[in-house]
Design a protein around this ligand. Structure first.
Ligand code: ADP
Length: 172
C-alpha cells in the first residue's frame, strides 16, 4: 500500500525521498518557479547534464542525477501551458504524472515528490490541475501496486494545500 502525503513547503528541501519532480520547461535549461529553485539547489552539474538531453516535449519526463539535492534523482517533466482547457491540457498534465512515475519506477525509485505542475508560470487553474494530479497518481498506483512506496505532493501556497487536502479526503 503506497502512502500519499500532502505537505506545504519547498520541494528542494525534502530529505526523505529518492526523487523529486521538477516542473521544467521544454528546453530543460532552467527557468523560474520550481525549475529555478531546483537548479539553484542542485548546482551547476545539473545544467550540464540537462544540456546533453536536448530538451523534452510537454507531457514527457527525463531523469538526471540529484547532484547537491538529497534525493538520488531529479525527474524533469514539462507541463502544458494553460490555453483555456480545450487544447488537451488535462491529457498532457496527466501524462506528466504518469511518465514521471514510469521514469521513477525505471530507476527503482520507491519514494517521489511532486510539485503542482503547470500551476505557476504555465497558468493551469489550481483546482483542475490538482484533480488531474491526484486522480492520475492514484490510478497509476492502483495499476502498478508495489512499485512505489511513498508519493509526496509538495504545495507552495495555502490555497493549493487546502485543495489537495480536500481531494485526498475523497476516494475515486
Ligand atoms: P509551471 O511552469 O509548470 O507552471 P512553476 O514552477 O511556475 O511551474 O509552478 C508550479 C507550482 O510550483 C506553482 O504552484 C508554484 O507556486 C509552485 N512552486 C514554486 N516554487 C516551488 C518550490 N520551490 N517548491 C515547491 N513548489 C514550488
Amino acid at each position: 500500500m503506497t502512502m500519499i502525503h500532502v505537505i506545504k513547503g519547498d520541494i528542494t528541501r525534502l530529505t526523505d525521498v529518492d526523487a523529486i519532480v521538477n516542473a521544467a520547461n521544454s528546453s530543460l535549461l532552467g527557468g523560474g518557479g520550481v525549475d529555478g529553485a531546483v537548479h539553484r539547489a542542485a548546482g551547476p552539474g545539473l545544467l550540464e547534464e540537462c544540456r546533453a538531453l536536448h530538451g523534452c516535449p510537454a507531457g514527457e519526463a527525463r531523469v538526471t542525477g540529484g547532484y547537491r539535492l538529497p534525493g538520488r534523482y531529479i525527474i524533469h517533466t514539462v507541463g502544458p501551458v494553460w490555453r483555456g482547457g480545450e487544447k488537451k491540457e488535462a491529457e498532457v498534465l496527466a501524462a506528466c504524472y504518469r511518465n514521471s512515475l514510469e521514469a521513477a519506477a525505471g530507476k527503482r525509485v520507491t519514494s517521489i515528490a511532486f510539485p503542482a505542475i503547470s500551476t505557476g508560470i504555465y497558468g493551469y487553474p489550481k483546482k483542475e490541475a490538482a484533480t488531474v494530479a491526484v486522480h492520475t497518481v492514484r490510478s497509476y498506483l492502483e495499476e502498478h501496486p508495489g512499485r512505489i512506496e511513498k508519493v509526496v505532493f509538495v504545495l507552495f501556497d495555502d490555497e493549493s494545500l487546502q485543495i489537495y487536502k480536500e481531494l485526498m479526503k475523497k476516494r475515486g
